[in-house]
Ligand binder design. Structure first.
Ligand SMILES: *Cc1c(COP(=O)(O)O)cnc(C)c1O
Length: 360
């Protein structure tokens, strides 16, 4: 039998039909496509980190419960009593674990659209029914449509990115609470951009047993580390823990996270700089003719270039070694849309100056 036939015979159709998640090559480009923190650590912090890492015993398996990290994070995040944390290799892994736990035939996953692509992608790979609920034109939640669909479809879980990616806005808190009260399923509030919004719905964990809250260190400045955090009632978390591979957070990751939490003010300072520069970039984009721009509570900005076309603008920027994210084609309401991550002052200026020339 030919290898192609054997593959078709053995691999699940949902996998055969899927496209692998594409990460573009970004060698010597100004990288403004992936919501990374652009700043390196000062030399003395780097030195202190490598000293701290000397205690790693790589001959041993990692601490499966990451107890030191757990202790540090539960006070740093101020998680409510009666809640527990679970760690993932990025919050992507936590989304995958939640979906694997809910993977039975009658269950439906719901998320607004456009939103974080992993909600749809992972649902489809796991062959879970997925309902994408279109946002309003201003990217707010369409509450009445969502309530109607919740009643009809009884979703097992609703994912809400807060602020939303790629639109950058915070959904109305009372809309979210209405949804929490209306559903008999779980609501996962994904606060990946918490440090840039400086708002949290953590207090919902005290009021509602069906809410889970997700954070990540990635956008804060540790995208290379891979550490996602899920907080919720221990009854839920203990079920999800059964699906977590025991050593998913390696020793080097745990130690690095311990170290950085002790030095968190450095990352918070960098985030403050990014928030300031966000308004500089926003104002500059608003002044460019032919650019429509949406306000953002995250470390990226969504904008639209109807006349020049997103394909053209994206390609022209790339010619000048500037990589941003093209969203055109991802969803009907993102037609001719692009998303730029806030970088350093120099990177932002380079982007704005090239964009100005392209838009002329
Ligand atoms: C980037 C992002 C994540 C993924 O974060 P990792 O922890 O790096 O896996 C999760 N949710 C949203 C909304 C994001 O934008």
């Amino acid at each position: 039998m030919m290898i192609e036939d054997r593959i078709k015979q053995l691999i699940k159709p949902a996998i055969l039909d899927a496209q692998a998640y594409h990460v573009p090559d970004s060698n010597d480009l100004i990288k403004l496509d992936a919501m990374e923190n652009p700043y390196l650590w000062p030399e003395e912090i780097k030195k202190a980190w490598s000293d701290y890492m000397q205690q790693a015993e790589l001959n041993r398996y990692p601490d499966a419960s990451a107890s030191v990290l757990r202790e540090k994070l539960s006070s740093a995040l101020n998680i409510p009593d009666n809640t527990t944390m679970m760690f993932g290799n990025g919050s992507d892994e936590l989304i995958q674990i939640i979906m694997m736990a809910l993977n039975k035939s009658s269950n439906v996953i719901m998320a607004p659209e456009p939103s974080f692509v992993m909600y749809r992608l992972l649902s489809s790979l796991l062959e879970l029914d997925y309902i994408g609920m279109p946002l309003n034109d201003d990217f707010s939640l369409n509450l009445s449509a969502m309530l109607k669909s919740i009643e009809e479809n009884q979703p097992a879980v609703i994912f809400l990115a807060w602020p939303n990616n790629p639109t950058g806005n915070l959904f109305d808190q009372s809309d979210i609470e209405t949804i929490i009260k209306a559903t008999s399923g779980l609501v996962v509030i994904d606060e990946a951009y918490h440090v840039f919004a400086q708002k949290s719905m953590m207090s919902c964990l005290e009021k509602y047993k069906n809410v889970l809250l997700m954070r990540t260190l990635s956008k804060l400045g540790l995208a290379g580390l891979r550490l996602g955090i899920l907080v919720g009632a221990s009854e839920w978390i203990s079920e999800f823990e059964k699906l977590r591979l025991p050593y998913n957070i390696g020793t080097l990751n745990q130690l690095s996270a311990n170290f950085i939490i002790d030095n968190i003010s450095l990352l918070e300072q960098q985030a403050g700089q990014i928030r300031n520069d966000r308004s500089v970039v926003f104002n500059a984009l608003s002044d460019i003719k032919g650019v429509e721009v949406w306000p953002s509570e995250a470390n990226f900005i969504l904008f639209k270039v109807t006349e020049k076309g997103a394909e053209h603008v994206h390609a022209e920027l790339l010619k000048h070694k500037i990589l941003i994210k093209k969203l055109h084609g991802a969803h009907p309401s993102l037609e001719n849309c692009l998303r730029v991550t806030i970088g350093t002052k120099e990177e932002n200026s380079a982007f704005l100056s090239e964009l100005n020339k392209i838009m002329k």
